[in-house]
Ligand binder design. Structure first.
Ligand code: HAM
Length: 427
């Protein structure tokens, strides 16, 4: 006898999603799609891998994601590709390529790949729901995108979220600010964490985001970009804040919020789930990227969007004790056929055509074995077709929840079965 081979497992930091959990995923995606359409977005799908340049130019070679977390590979044609670590750069690449009319509002669901140290809420493959709007820098769009996120989170039952907001300025005020910050960091470089003592010059803004005690201490006295915005960026930011408060969305200014990608300009924001404690608690984040289209070879086009991790949304919901309204993903009917033939095939097709979720047993198993499968299937009703029913042209309908099914079951004519069952399942 051959020895059995060790079974494969999903790669570290990835996960399979099976029922019943998958119904929660479906529910989230359906709800997000519903909100996206309500706000005027349509679905965009882009390839899961792109020329690596889409990400070097988009998210930045100095970004932590690019330096440490990218899945980069060469294909058989010796072209360098990367699995996408996030959705925005690919969507903007598609915008540049196809030049749809603006404003272009697109939503997406996508896996994203980052070689991170796996832990709860942080995976090497996670899934994001997101939207992007290209073609306008109107602060009303910033407000709309944040409102969409906010309303979606509320609709899926999350109550304990905090919206952090900041501005990353633009090409006028940010370089001036980076000089100021650099002077400050230079004067304090010996007090920075080990990594930033050496590396802060590569990307001084990143030091503001460093979670190490030493950097937090040093940067608490650092100049903050929000205090050094140019007039245009200041006015834009003020309009976003005013717009949010006009629709009753509470936001908290967070001057350290620089986010992980270089493409951000002006508005940046993050939704923090307070129920998740301090680690991996961002359930969504986004912002403006008014230069990204040009960086990817397109015309100057403003853009803004956000992405939300499905896994983190589910963790936050669990932490808040939200009982999710499950999409109905159970069977209505299980058909048991002991006549050994194909006599029920047509009936099953007719039931399904009438919108009744129907399943059956296979392999011509015994009545007892089929009943066991029916009980486990979650279906409320069993339809039985044995030799007797076959002869009489009838079907027995049994309520699987009834304690006394002999009393409650009924025989109906085959021609009446679909309408009778349809009536029962909608009762
Ligand atoms: P991000 O903040 O890197 O932004 O990711 C968005 C969300 O994806 C995070 O808030 C988090 O919920 C989830 N997430 C990120 N990394 C992981 C991970 N390793 N494991 C589990 N969940 C994760 C972006 O990706 C931008 N593209 C968002 C955006 C859209 N900005 C403008 N438009």
């Amino acid at each position: 006898m051959s020895e059995s081979l060790p079974p494969f497992r999903a790669p570290t930091g990835t996960h399979d999603v099976l029922a019943p959990e998958s119904a929660l995923w479906e529910g989230l995606v359906a709800s997000f799609a519903e909100f996206a359409y309500r706000y005027g977005f349509s679905l965009v799908m882009t390839p899961i891998f792109e020329d690596v340049g889409v990400f070097t130019r988009g998210i930045g070679e100095e970004s932590e994601v690019f330096q440490k977390e990218m899945y980069i590979f060469e294909d058989r044609g010796e072209r360098r590709f990367a699995l996408r670590p996030e959705g925005t750069a690919s969507v903007v690449r598609a915008f540049v390529q196809h030049q749809p009319t603006t404003p272009w509002k697109a939503w997406y669901i996508t896996p994203a790949f980052r070689y991170e140290r796996p832990q709860a809420g942080r995976y090497r493959q996670h899934y994001q729901l997101g939207v992007e709007v290209l073609g306008t820098d109107d602060p009303a769009v910033d407000v709309e995108v944040i409102a969409l996120a906010n309303n979606f989170y509320a609709a899926i039952g999350l109550k304990n979220l905090r919206l952090l907001i900041n501005s990353m300025g633009d090409e006028e005020c940010r370089p001036r600010y980076i000089e100021l910050l650099s002077e400050y960091l230079e004067a304090h470089q010996m007090e920075l964490c080990d990594e930033h003592r050496e590396m802060w010059r590569q990307n001084p803004l990143r030091v503001l985001d460093c979670k190490k005690e030493a950097c937090i201490r040093v940067t608490s006295g650092a100049p903050m970009l929000i205090d050094h915005l140019c007039d245009n960026c200041r006015a834009h930011f003020d309009q976003v804040i005013a717009g949010l408060s006009a629709i009753g969305v509470e936001s908290f200014l967070s001057p350290r919020l620089v986010r992980g990608f270089d493409y951000y300009t002006r508005t940046t924001f993050e939704f923090i789930a307070e129920s998740l404690g301090n680690a991996q608690n961002a359930v969504g984040g986004g912002g403006r990227y008014d230069k990204l289209s040009e960086q990817l070879g397109g015309k100057a086009t403003s853009g803004i969007g956000f992405g939300s991790g499905i896994e983190r949304l589910l963790l936050a919901r669990q932490a808040e004790g939200v009982v999710a309204p499950l999409l109905k993903r159970t069977l209505d009917v299980f058909v048991i056929d002991t006549t050994g033939g194909d006599s029920v095939t047509l009936l099953i097709e007719q039931l399904r055509a009438a919108g009744i979720a129907t399943d059956r047993a296979y392999d011509q198993r015994s009545m007892k074995a089929q009943m066991r499968v029916a009980d486990k299937s979650g279906a409320r009703w069993a339809l039985l077709v044995g030799p007797e029913e076959l002869l009489a042209g009838e079907v027995t309908i049994r309520d699987l929840r009834s304690q006394d099914f002999e009393q409650t079951q009924q025989r109906v004519a085959r021609s009446q079965t679909v309408s009778t069952v349809a009536h029962l399942v909608t009762k």
